[in-house]
Design a protein around this ligand. Structure first.
Ligand code: PNW
Length: 498
């Protein structure tokens, strides 16, 4: 009897051990893919080499250098433009399944327009990377637009605020499909439209840093992006999918919003933030239109402010049909979580998007920090956001297109970064196996230290460190390279998996 009891206790505790404490010893699915990411302006440098045109980041860092924390620019950055041979060798050594990078639009089309000149040197640069990746059996995940708009498009018609952008972007995308599509299986149209529109047109934290019409321009930007994305998706679908056999999507950024308390009002606040950030773009792609809570709240405030119509533009019936369903998977860029607390509606006054949302946000003081004030280490938030996306958007395939950790640099033994990756990847396993979320790929941001937008070179996300004071820009592996290499090779987070 005693023996039986003991055996039972032993058996149940081993089950507990297996299912909970040791859940990390499960292997990633055999077809799960691992990669690393960069973005053109952040790594390429060679800002005016070989016929490249000026883009809005060249323009911003040159004309308003004080906006960048260390007054730096991406003029040289990691000089990836001149170092592709070495970088390809590093990618091969890492053993990644794919390399996620973006095209510099103005390097291919200096004016931005397809009826302007095509810069052969730029085309050659990317074509070479693609054929070298192919030789090494590394797949390419290409983002068409990671924020570096050709300056001429900004000057000619206001870039993302004008419907003219839609056709101009679609023509550029079509050129990219024609030039590179036979060797690209994953296309991402836009990187993080939420950050791009909010930071570009509401709070001046990204180029073009125009803040003329808060509460208005950011929604126009989002509207234009969604239409340009849909048009591009439809073109790919109709003309290229059959022969090129690739897949196409958009990369959306979001925090997980954790209710600040069990109060139902805080639950509502957290859900509302998710809808205003992720839903702003995901809802139209999956269901055809903006989330109802955005439509209702922005319309109500706009009317009270004296606008005839909502500051959130409306889609026509035709546009809804065109946008709905334009994704083959969802790219998720996720770094951190935020606490959301109910906030009473703010008095009517000047429009502002944060007033439309009206949620108080904060970070839990127990969460470990990083070099970026917004980035706290909250690994379980990734599992929660993945499950929320599954439940809210009909279980789409999810590619984690960016996830990573920043430090101030100069740390080769980057144990905090290793810890971040291990804990976030552990939650990817839980999302896949315990919650049934269809996550098929994971991307570490970033392959190497680079130009972190208005933070300049003060926040480093790289697996490889780059010496920015050496003209050769040598790369040195941090300890996290070894960690990630092992994960990729073994498909496992611990010494041995089941
Ligand atoms: C992403 N936030 O941006 C971008 O895609 C990358 O270019 C960038 O280097 C990386 O994340 C690290 O910042 C974000 O404030 C910028 O929550 C800011 C936030 C999130 C993502």
């Amino acid at each position: 009897m005693i023996l039986q009891k003991l055996l039972f206790v032993f058996y149940t505790s081993s089950l507990f051990w297996k299912n909970n404490l040791c859940a990390d010893n499960r292997k990633f699915p055999s077809d799960f893919k691992f990669g690393v990411a960069t973005a053109s302006y952040q790594v390429e440098g060679a800002w005016n080499a070989d016929g490249k045109g000026e883009n809005i980041w060249d323009h911003l860092t040159h004309s308003q250098p004080h906006l960048v924390k260390d007054n730096s620019t991406g003029d040289i950055a990691c000089d990836a433009y001149h170092n592709s041979k070495e970088d390809l060798a590093l990618l091969e050594d890492l053993g990644v399944d794919f390399y996620h990078f973006s095209l510099s639009w103005a390097r291919i089309l200096p004016t931005g327009y397809t009826d302007g000149p095509v810069n052969e040197a730029g085309v050659k640069y990317y074509a070479n990377i693609l054929s070298e990746l192919e030789k090494r059996k590394i797949e390419a995940v290409i983002t068409l637009f990671h924020w570096d708009m050709p300056q001429k498009l900004q000057d000619d018609f206001g870039g993302l605020l004008n419907d003219t952008f839609i056709d101009v972007f679609a023509s550029y995308a079509q050129l990219a499909f024609r030039l590179f599509g036979s060797r690209v299986k994953y296309w991402i149209t836009f990187n993080e439209p939420f950050i791009m529109c909010q930071h570009g047109f509401e709070n001046a934290r990204k180029a073009p840093a125009i803040t003329k019409a808060p509460g208005i321009d950011l929604y126009t930007c989002g509207h234009v992006v969604l239409k340009a994305h849909a048009k591009t998706y439809r073109i790919y679908d109709k003309l290229y999918r059959k022969t090129q056999k690739g897949r196409i999507a958009i990369a959306l950024d979001t925090d997980w919003f954790e209710p600040a308390s069990a109060d139902p009002k805080d639950l509502e606040a957290a859900e509302r933030f998710l809808q205003f950030q992720f839903g702003w773009f995901a809802h139209p792609l999956v269901f055809g239109n903006y989330p109802q809570v955005m439509i209702d709240r922005i319309e109500e405030r706009s009317k009270k402010e004296g606008f005839k119509t909502s500051r959130l533009p409306e889609f026509t019936k035709k546009e809804i049909d065109e946008i709905k369903g334009t994704f083959d998977f969802i790219g998720l860029n996720h770094y951190t979580s935020t606490l959301a607390k109910w906030r009473e509606d703010i008095a009517i006054g000047k429009p502002e998007s944060s007033k439309d949302l009206s949620v108080s946000v904060s970070k839990d003081s127990s969460w470990e920090g990083s070099a970026s004030s917004w980035l706290k280490v909250v690994p379980w938030g990734l599992r929660k956001i993945a499950k929320w996306i599954k439940d809210t958007y009909k279980n789409p395939e999810i590619m984690i297109a960016e996830n990573g950790y920043s430090d101030p640099g100069g740390i080769l033994n980057d144990s905090r970064r290793i810890n971040y990756y291990r804990e976030y990847l552990s939650n990817v396993l839980k999302a896949i196996y315990d919650d049934g979320v269809n996550i098929t790929a994971y991307t570490a941001w970033s392959f190497m230290d680079n130009f972190e937008w208005l933070e300049g070179y003060t926040q480093k996300f790289g697996l490889y460190s780059v010496n920015f004071s050496d003209p050769e820009r040598p790369r040195t592996p941090k300890s996290s390279v070894n960690f990630y290499k092992n994960v990729i090779r073994t498909r496992c987070l611990v010494d041995r998996c089941l």
